[in-house]
Design a protein around this ligand. Structure first.
Ligand code: NAD
Length: 313
């Protein structure tokens, strides 16, 4: 396949790129390096089946040119910072909705008819069915980020219906692993590196969510893409259990070999405005297709903490 990977220099994107390049596909990464890093993809630069384009999805002319001749687009690029929406109300509209619209237009004009999209559990908002299945509704996101990803999904679905595009949408739990540059594990390690005697924990520590290791995530993405049964598919992707923030703090502290760390909770049931305190996705649908995760939430967190500590300490 000839694959365009938007956001291919980011955390999840670069792991997908590793796999696609290794499988021998022709891979073109389209990334503006706003949060992605060259070091995540530079080991591919000399390869004949790899190309990197540093460009913005909002630059429509470049996008239209670079998408020519592609078989499929893995649309991973986004601004994934949920907290930011409470301070900057435009960023998710531009980076997640407009960017997706530009991509769909570029696909339509160039006859590229297949898209894989990385969406999120935050489209469900505070679901009252847990584990939450794909057909849960109504979808009431509580963050501007969640709203932007739901809007992007809606554009993808409607383009698929109107212009005959095939689409696989993945709604992720928290994805963790080497190269992650944001999220609770990264945040705790950075704080403890600065001051190993105390740890600020956002919220009351009882927020409980599902975490999935990056290798499982990449496996699931490629599995769902290859085993889809319909032109449009939505899959939840996550592990089958959850873990609370306090326990994550304990794991990070333990993996860093620290003792006597004083936890300071900022209080409240949410870590920040728009934070969904309880999240566990039903993954029965993708399991019925034949995929299941290898790691549970605790293992995923521990493996990630171990890797990131080695990376940053
Ligand atoms: P990331 O920030 O590491 O990756 C995003 C990449 O997109 C970066 O390389 C960035 O430079 C690029 N990018 C952003 N805006 C761009 C633009 N306008 N033009 C070109 N490139 C642009 O984030 P991630 O954690 O790897 O997330 C990847 C995807 O998965 C996102 O769509 C995110 O919404 C989704 N997601 C992530 C998680 C998670 O736990 N990490 C959970 C649910 C959904």
């Amino acid at each position: 396949m000839k694959v365009l990977v938007t956001g291919g220099a980011g955390f999840i994107g670069s792991h997908i790129v590793d796999k696609l390049v290794q499988e021998g596909h022709t891979v073109k990464v389209y990334d503006n390096l706003s949060s992605g890093k060259m070091e995540f993809i530079e080991h591919h630069i000399e390869k004949t089946n790899f190309e990197f384009i540093r460009a913005n999805l909002l630059d429509f002319e470049t996008l239209k040119k670079e998408i020519t001749g592609m078989d499929v687009v893995f649309h991973i690029a986004a601004n994934p910072d949920v907290k930011l929406g409470a301070k900057d109300t435009k960023v998710h509209l531009e980076q997640n909705v407009l960017a997706t619209y530009n991509l769909l237009e570029a696909m339509r004009i160039n006859d590229v008819n297949d898209i894989v999209f990385t969406s999120t559990s935050t489209v469900y908002g505070e679901a009252n069915i847990i584990p939450t299945p794909e057909d849960y509704g109504p979808l009431i996101p509580i963050s501007l980020y969640g709203a932007s990803k739901l809007a992007a999904e809606a554009f993808i679905m409607s383009y698929a219906h109107t212009f005959g595009i095939r689409a696989v949408v993945y709604r992720f739990a928290n994805i963790v692993g080497p190269r992650s540059t944001h999220g609770v594990i990264y945040d705790f390690i950075m704080k403890l590196k600065k001051d190993p005697t105390k740890l600020e924990i956002l919220g009351d520590g009882t927020q409980t969510k599902s975490y999935l290791y990056i290798d499982d995530c990449v496996d699931a993405i490629l599995f769902g893409f290859r085993h889809r049964k319909n032109d449009v598919e939505i899959f939840n992707i996550g592990s089958e259990d959850w873990i609370n923030v306090r326990k994550i703090a304990d794991i990070v502290v333990e993996e860093m070999g620290l003792t006597g760390v004083k936890y300071q909770f900022t209080g409240g049931k949410r870590g920040w405005k728009g934070d969904v305190p309880k999240m566990l996705l039903s993954i029965e649908k993708i399991k019925s297709y034949g995929w299941k995760p290898r790691h549970n939430s605790e293992e995923s967190v521990r493996l990630t903490a171990r890797h990131l500590i080695r990376e940053f300490m």
